[in-house]
Design a protein around this ligand. Structure first.
Ligand code: 13P
Length: 255
C-alpha cells in the first residue's frame, strides 16, 4: 500500500505572522506521519520559520529551486540552501512556472536530478491544457512530459518521487476534474512509468491529483485507486481545511 500524501501549495500567499498562525494550529493536530505525509509548500521567506516549528507530523516544502548549487544567479535559491534550513520537499515544474517563468522540460529535468542529489523529495507537476484535452491529446502530453522530465533518473529515484497530475484547466478555476477523469490520468501515468521503468517502480510511485481540490470533493478523489493524495492550492490556506484534507486521506486509504 502506498502512503497517502497531502501537500498544500500556498503559492504567493501568507506573510510570516499568517504562516506562524497556521503552523501552530495544525502541528499538534496533524495525523501521524506513519499514516499520511503532510506537507506545506510555502514561499521562500517563511520556509525557515515553518521548518523550525514543523513538529513530528508536518514537513515543509519549497515551490521552486535552481538546478545549480551556487553562482551569479540573482534572485535564485539552490537545493542545498533549502536543505540547510530544514526543507524536505520541493515542487518542480508547476504549470504556473512553466507558463509564466519560462520553466521547460529541460530545466525541470535538471532540477529533479539536483533535488535528489540534495535528498529533497521532488513533487513533479505535469498536466495538459484545456485545448490539449479537447483535442484528445492528454495521454500524449503526459507521455512527452514524463519522458523529458524523468530523463536519466534511476528506478529507485522515480519510486521515491511524487508526481502531481494537475490539469491546467482545473487549477484555480473551480472546475475540478471528476474523480474518474483524474483517476484515469493518474492510472495512465502509472502505466507509462511501468513501461519506462518497471511495474514495481510504478507501484511505489505516489501520484497526487491537483486542481480545485476542496473539502467537498477530496473524499471522492481520495477513494480512487490511482490517486494517492492531493496537491492543493487555494483551499490549503485555511488550517481547518488542511486538517480535514489530512483526515479524509487517512480514512479513505485505510478502508
Ligand atoms: P487550486 O487548488 O487553487 O486550484 O490550485 C491547484 C494547484 O495549482 C496546486 O499546485
Amino acid at each position: 500500500m502506498r502512503k497517502p500524501i497531502i501537500a498544500g501549495n500556498w503559492k504567493m500567499f501568507k506573510v510570516r505572522d499568517e504562516a506562524l498562525q497556521f503552523i501552530y494550529s495544525v502541528s499538534d493536530q496533524a495525523p501521524s506521519q506513519e499514516l499520511v505525509d503532510s506537507v506545506i509548500c510555502a514561499q521562500f521567506t517563511v520556509l525557515r520559520c515553518l521548518a523550525k516549528r514543523q513538529g513530528e507530523n508536518i514537513r515543509i516544502g519549497a515551490q521552486n529551486m535552481h538546478y545549480l548549487d551556487e553562482g551569479a544567479y540573482t534572485g535564485e535559491v539552490s537545493a542545498s540552501m533549502l536543505k540547510a534550513i530544514g526543507v524536505s520537499y520541493v515542487i518542480i515544474g508547476h504549470s504556473e512556472r512553466r507558463a509564466m517563468f519560462n520553466e521547460t522540460d529541460k530545466t525541470v529535468n535538471l532540477k529533479l536530478h539536483k533535488a535528489f542529489q540534495q535528498e529533497l523529495t521532488p513533487i513533479l507537476c505535469i498536466g495538459e491544457s484545456l485545448e490539449q484535452r479537447e483535442k484528445n491529446l492528454t495521454n500524449r502530453v503526459l507521455n512527452r512530459q514524463l519522458k523529458a522530465d524523468l530523463a536519466g533518473l534511476t528506478g529507485e529515484q522515480v519510486a521515491n518521487l511524487v508526481i502531481a497530475y494537475e490539469p491546467i484547466w482545473a487549477i484555480g478555476t473551480g472546475k475540478t476534474a471528476t474523480s474518474e477523469v483524474a483517476n484515469e490520468a493518474c492510472k495512465h501515468i502509472r502505466k507509462q512509468v511501468a513501461k519506462m521503468y518497471s511495474p514495481d517502480v510504478a507501484n511505489k510511485l505516489r501520484i497526487q491529483y491537483g486542481g480545485s481540490v476542496k473539502v467537498n470533493n477530496i473524499e471522492e478523489l481520495m477513494s480512487m485507486p490511482h490517486i494517492d493524495g492531493a496537491l492543493i492550492g487555494g483551499a490549503s490556506l485555511k488550517a481547518e481545511d488542511f486538517l480535514t484534507f489530512l483526515k479524509v486521506a487517512v480514512k479513505a486509504k485505510s478502508e
